[in-house]
Design a protein around this ligand. Sequence first.
Ligand code: SF4
Ligand code: SF4
Length: 217
Amino acid sequence: MIRSITQKKSEEAIDLLLNGLNRIFIIGCGTCTTLTRTGGEPEVRALKEILSQKGKIITGTTVVPVACDNLTRDFLREFGAQIDQANCLLITSCAFGVQTIARQLRKMVVPALDTLFIGKETGFGMFDEICTQCGTCIIGETGGICPVTNCHKGLVNGPCGGTNHGKCEIDVAKDCVWTLIYNRLKELERLDAMRKYQKPRNHQGEPKPGKFKLPAA
Ligand code: SF4
Ligand code: SF4
């Protein structure tokens, strides 16, 4: 399963963001941040407790089913009065959810989490980043293993000089991704793919935000 992976901002960071904002409505998300225990029911309750002790007025709380969904607007309607009383919304969803709610309601939004990456669940409570969405996918030549995401240096033309007996010099507990790619291509009898030179990555600023339009049918 694919999830938005988030981590809680520190109490100090949230205090700074809430400076001067004393009436707060807290919104959690029932999907990714509930699963990662960064923004579901218990985390919303804990935030309410902490902020109340600091003298903030919590006008209400809720956990929406899927913060990044357009239906969030409808879900939040029943909390209209409590939201109106607040001068900001403190949101424990990923940044996509925060932006969705910001578009839907005329209120200041304050993210309580930092969004790290889109991750694949690899075990109970464990997630690995699988793709940094670099825009130039080369895994057709690397046996389906992504060096952009899995190499600490993002190298796309073989290993750095620090690779050591198949391990990564930055994190010795981790396999060097280029060893994994080599082994995979060898197994597939496609080591020739490693000879292909990958052009330098484009690190120049791209026009933002990224846009995509379906071609005409
Ligand atoms: S090369 Fe890696 S980071 Fe880039 S699109 Fe492909 S899988 Fe994603
Ligand atoms: S050892 Fe391998 S994975 Fe680690 S930084 Fe060098 S090339 Fe990348």
